[in-house]
Design a protein around this ligand. Structure first.
Ligand code: GLU
Length: 279
């Protein structure tokens, strides 16, 4: 089978064995005549560092990967994401939310038994009904705000059952409502993972999205965004996560298992690739 796949790391730390597993998986799924893309997901400029970006290229090259140039580096495309936000605003699917994290926690506690989604308690909707005039006043007054998706309004635009296909888990009926009114942009990060990943997978013509099963539920939301924005719908393959001898998945904080440290310890790349086999 032939596919256009991508590996999309964030330069917030050194790559570890779990990343190598994900990259290998993506590469294999592209097949001998497919295309394997590398994309740098560095929208969170407070957490990303240039030395980690350089290390991604070095580590992947050392592991034997080749990828197409130019690499799409998301931080170079904030205007693209702004254009997508503008489209959603024109459709009246976004609203500014002035709540701080504390405000939300307090409101969630007040409601008691608030519904929870994959990322925790759902936004209780405090700012959804603020009138246009007050919104404008608060923005003009310099209040900080995020842009949230009006989930009910977005779902109401869709007039058919939304489905997506995962090569491991099969046909899925999308249930984006599990995310509630999710944040799609912030002042300091004028986009979000969900917005930029959905946009870029479409823009780059990715036909098979491969990623860890920890992001399985995100695809329900991405499917809705694709529908609303008129984007192509890729297939998905959420893979199991590589775990260490202690049964725990690798994390950026496990410094000892970075690709870099394995290289420095003299472990050859083919051995690292073997260790990074999934399942
Ligand atoms: N940048 C994301 C990560 O490092 C990748 C998510 C995806 O592949 O959709 O977890």
């Amino acid at each position: 089978m032939t596919a256009i796949t991508r590996f999309a790391p964030s330069p917030t730390g050194y790559l570890h064995l779990g990343h190598a597993a994900s990259a290998l998986f993506s590469f294999k799924q592209s097949g001998p005549h497919g295309r394997f893309l590398l994309r740098i997901e560095d929208i969170d400029q407070t957490r990303c560092r240039p030395e980690y970006l350089g290390a991604i290229y070095q580590d992947l090259a050392w592991l034997g990967f080749e990828w197409e140039e130019p690499v799409r580096v998301q931080s170079e495309h904030f205007t693209d994401f702004q254009n997508v936000l503008d489209r959603l605003t024109d459709m009246e699917l976004l609203y500014p939310c002035f709540c701080t994290r504390k405000d939300i926690q307090a409101e969630v506690a007040r409601i008691g038994n608030a519904p929870h989604g994959p990322d925790g308690a759902l936004y209780p909707g405090t700012c959804r009904h603020i009138c246009t005039q007050e919104r404008a006043q608060r923005i003009d007054a310099g209040q900080n705000y995020a842009l949230r998706l009006d989930m009910a309004a977005a779902i109401a635009r869709v007039d058919r059952e939304l489905v997506w296909f995962d090569r491991a888990a099969g046909r899925q009926i999308a249930t984006p409502e599990i995310f509630g009114d999710v944040v799609l942009a912030r002042k300091d990060t004028p986009t979000s993972y969900h917005l930029s990943v959905t946009h870029d997978d479409h823009l780059q013509g990715v036909t098979l999205v491969t990623r860890g099963e920890d992001l399985f539920f995100a695809s329900h939301l991405h499917r809705l965004l694709q529908e609303v924005l008129g984007y192509d719908v890729p297939e998905y393959h959420h893979h199991g996560l590589l775990t260490g001898p202690d049964g725990k998945r690798f994390a950026k904080r496990d410094k000892s298992r970075t690709i870099r440290s394995m290289r420095e310890d003299g472990i050859p790349p083919e051995k690292v690739r073997k260790l990074a086999q999934l399942g």
